[in-house]
Ligand binder design. Structure first.
Ligand code: NAP
Length: 290
């Protein structure tokens, strides 16, 4: 018999959260968060909000009017979300990007859980940054979060390789006050330095369509290689790194940790990571790679 006190998702008082991005149909976050809401018997729901570039301000105003409790923000809106939020938590201010919005009455507070999500993932992976050399591809929001984590962790050398120089300032701001000195290179310059890296991180979308960012011969068995892409779960970077004997990780670990931190900001509860992980894997196996 149905428990009359049990939450009835989608009926009446359901609390709404979601993810704002463009495109957003590839996101595993609805599956991950809804699985946790169900498991914890919370009358909450998480939906995908496809918001085209140029319409984020309207979407955020709509969040207030509709009483949406919170949202994740993904490409290409994270930087703009930070500038549009009514207030910022310290990590979002540091990174100049918000991946999480929390509505408090009529104010939207921007948070960033990417850096702590990456830190927790690195700890799970058993990688200790102190004194090590890292090559980071990309200089966008995710790269900034990784750079901040690595700088806080005491990395000795941080080599950032990006196709343009336009996003150097926000990344430099994110590591300001730490000891690390950033060496800037273009993408091909970064590729030539992979062999000397203890850690290689891809924070560009290159690889999601099968592109090969780094030649397979560049990897060694002593390295840890991370591709922040999680769809598809296996990219050429990961395949090549594994073939060389390196420890290679896709983006799912970071995604789950940053999602769990956002969930906690909205609900005040710690979600079950194992349930979230199982939901993500099921979603990834069901749908075709983009
Ligand atoms: P972003 O802010 O748009 O930054 C993307 C970076 O990749 C920029 O440096 C950009 O260069 C570069 N880039 C984009 N297209 C490129 C191309 N065709 N060739 C070379 N460089 C290119 O995006 P983001 O939020 O940092 O996300 C980056 C990647 O990380 C995405 O694949 C995203 O899905 C993934 N991610 C994963 C997680 C996770 O939890 N696993 C979290 C966040 C992001 P320009 O500045 O020159 O455009």
């Amino acid at each position: 018999m149905t428990d009359p006190a049990a939450p009835r998702p989608g009926v009446g008082a359901t609390t709404v959260t979601g993810i704002i991005g463009w495109p957003v149909d590839h996101s595993v976050s609805p599956a991950v968060n809804n699985a946790a809401f169900r498991q914890m018997e919370l009358d909450w729901v998480y939906v995908a909000f496809p918001v085209p570039p140029g319409r984020l301000a309207e979407a955020l105003t709509g969040m207030k009017a509709l009483g949406i409790a919170g949202a994740n923000v993904t490409m290409p809106h994270k930087d703009e979300a930070a500038s549009l939020a009514d207030d910022l938590a310290p990590e979002a201010r540091r990174l100049g990007a918000a991946n999480t919005i929390v509505r408090r009455d009529d104010a939207l507070i921007g948070h960033n859980t990417d850096a702590e999500g990456f830190a927790r993932f690195l700890a799970d992976a058993g990688f200790e940054p102190r004194g090590r050399t890292a090559v980071l591809f990309g200089a966008g929001g995710a790269a900034r979060a990784c750079a901040a984590t690595l700088a806080d962790g005491g990395v000795a050398r941080l080599i950032v390789a990006a196709r343009t120089t336009e996003r150097q300032n926000p990344l430099a701001n994110a590591v300001e006050g730490t000891e690390v000195e950033v060496e800037w290179l273009d993408l091909s310059g970064g590729v030539t330095r992979v062999a000397e890296a203890d850690l290689v991180v891809n924070a560009t979308p290159l690889g999601s369509m099968g592109e090969r960012l780094v030649p397979s011969s560049a990897f060694t068995s002593k390295q840890t290689v991370v591709d922040l892409i999680y769809r598809p779960p296996l990219t050429p970077l990961l395949e090549d790194a594994r073939a060389a004997g390196a420890r290679a990780h896709g983006g799912l670990g970071m995604l789950l940790h940053q999602a769990a931190l956002s969930f906690e900001l909205w609900t005040g509860r710690i979600p079950p990571l194992d349930v979230m992980s199982a939901a993500a894997l099921a979603d990834l196996s069901r749908s075709a790679p983009i």
